[in-house]
Write a protein that binds this ligand. Structure first.
Ligand code: UD1
Ligand code: CA
Length: 486
């Protein structure tokens, strides 16, 4: 007897209630599509091969599956004549008659874990069952197939909701739809299904009655954690399962040593990695493949997607995507870090600063009110408040390079392409259009012109003129007093 396990993932359904242009199984929670969770679950449960049945939105779904796992075989079910028909289509696509065990699951049960599938397969094998059904006891079993048991508690059938009588409808144990089945039995049984039921479909669930009629052993693996068997049919269910997934993920990370002050307002995607002693403050969203090292505090109110944050950093009220933040660095509040920003160790990006494709060296600082794009700032340099890199000439983007230990003045414009050398200074308000050599001071503003008494003459009678007049009179009388006091 072969031990091989083939998984069939059913994903041909229409998903009408999502009311979406996007295929149902491609909707996401925790940063991944529902079908991605299904494929990961079967793969990690150790199946040898997987075949996905696609139908509605098949181009979208097939493309997504091919990208997630090119080893998954695809079977196309042109019209959806029931779960039994879907399995017929899958087996036909496999070609040769399957051996070992077939694991049947759905593309829209995102909380189902590899552990549960593994337990189902273990029980199926150790009990020597022909069919093992993953079941759950629900408070409201409406809509589900019911698990019918005889007076010895042995499973005798699965009865679909529409086909059940009152007594059967009262049964709270339901079919999750996930089954482990002896491959040879399955191949024969699905060929003998009929449409003699309320929905006029080929019910996969009818194989249970057939196995029992043939005296073959059928068992149920009752799952306590009912969330795992829940499917998504509309967007309220998607949100409900999304919140539960997040609850599980935040709990997981807390157990791993992460402080999460408010798990309800903290969102962590499935692929995120956090080190112990990270602290997440309320309103933090860590998305995509974000990685945070130990000792770092993030939040409040921060969204990071695909961001690597080094150890002992601080990131406050920040939005960032595709960015690297070095150890001991500080970011925020109110910073916007766009693709390609790399902040070096102990560097600083401060309030109201936007960066894009910017490499900011170790210990370098961009503390206030700046835009730094397509630029490099060397180690230990300080960029003055209100500096704008003019990286775009209206046609092309150009690069700015600031050397190490430079000190640039406030309210500068760096007109790219331009470079400012190591240790150079610029004055306040400088528009840097030409390269500044190392150690030079560059200024571009003209000399200041001061016209004495202009306000009293040109704005006579205004509060400014009065204040100026008072100040002048006071200064004169002070001078007189000083003289007479000698
Ligand atoms: C099915 C089960 C029911 C179980 C419930 C759990 C049958 C007859 N009934 O009912 O016992 O309690 O799931 O949710 O199996 N699909 C296809 N092709 C088809 C039909 C369905 O790929 O022709 C896929 C759907 O995309 C979905 C899954 O199979 O992922 C289940 O289909 P659905 O129509 O939701 O089944 P139910 O009638 O809810
Ligand atoms: Ca369903």
């Amino acid at each position: 007897m072969s031990d091989q396990v083939t998984a069939i993932v059913l994903a041909a359904g229409a998903g009408t209630r999502m009311r979406s242009k996007r295929a149902k199984v491609l909707h996401e929670l925790g940063g991944r599509s529902m079908i991605a969770y299904s494929l990961t679950a079967v793969r990690e449960a150790g199946v040898e091969r997987t075949i996905a049945v696609v139908g509605h939105d098949r181009d979208q779904v097939s493309a997504a599956i091919a990208e997630l796992d090119p080893d998954v075989l695809l079977a196309v079910q042109d019209d959806q004549r029931g779960t039994g028909h879907a399995v017929q289509v899958a087996l036909a696509a496999l070609g040769a008659r399957p051996e070992g065990t077939v694991l049947i699951t759905y593309g829209d049960v995102p909380l189902l874990t590899p552990q549960t599938l593994g337990d189902l397969l273990d029980e199926h094998r150790s009990a020597g069952h022909t069919v093992t059904i993953l079941t759950a006891e629900l408070d409201d079993p409406t809509g589900y197939g019911r698990i019918v048991r005889d007076d010895t508690a042995a499973v005798t059938a699965i009865r679909e909701d529409g086909d059940a009588d009152d007594a059967e409808r009262a049964i709270r144990e339901v079919n999750s739809g996930i089954l482990a089945v002896d491959a040879g039995f399955l191949a024969d049984a699905v060929e003998r299904l009929d449409t003699d039921n309320v929905q006029g479909e080929l019910y996969l669930t009818d194989i249970v009655g057939r196995a029992v009629a043939n005296g073959l052993p059928v068992g149920a693996h009752v799952l306590e954690d009912v969330w795992q068997t829940e499917g998504v049919n509309d967007r309220t269910q998607l949100a409900r399962l999304g919140r539960e997934l997040n609850r599980r993920l935040t709990e997981h990370w807390m157990r791993e040593g992460v402080t999460i002050v408010d798990p309800d307002t903290t969102w962590i995607d499935s692929a995120v990695t956090l080190a112990p002693d990270v602290t997440l403050l309320p309103g933090t969203q860590l998305l995509g493949a974000t990685v945070v090292e130990s000792g770092t505090t993030i939040g409040p109110d921060t969204t990071l997607r695909n961001v690597e944050v080094g150890a002992d950093a601080t990131v406050v009220r920040t939005q960032g995507a595709d960015v690297v933040i070095g150890a001991n660095a500080t970011v925020g509040p109110f910073s916007y870090l766009r693709t390609g920003t790399e902040l070096g160790e102990a560097g600083k990006i401060g309030a109201f600063v936007e960066t894009k494709n910017a490499q900011i060296g170790a210990g370098a600082k961009v503390p206030h009110l700046s835009y730094i794009g397509d630029a490099e700032v060397g180690e230990g340099s300080n960029i003055g408040a209100g500096t704008i890199v003019a990286n775009y000439d209206g046609v092309e983007k150009h690069r700015t390079v600031v050397g190490k230990e430079a000190r640039t003045g406030s309210n500068n414009v760096f007109v790219a392409p331009v470079s400012i050398g190591d240790g150079a200074y610029t004055g306040g308000g400088t528009v840097v259009r030409e390269d500044v050599p190392p150690g030079a001071l560059a200024t571009s503003a003209g000399p200041q012109r001061t016209m004495e008494g202009w306000v009293q003459q040109k704005r006579a009678g205004t509060p400014a003129a009065e204040a100026a007049q008072d100040s002048t009179t006071e200064a004169a009388s002070n001078a007189e007093e000083d003289e007479s006091g000698e």
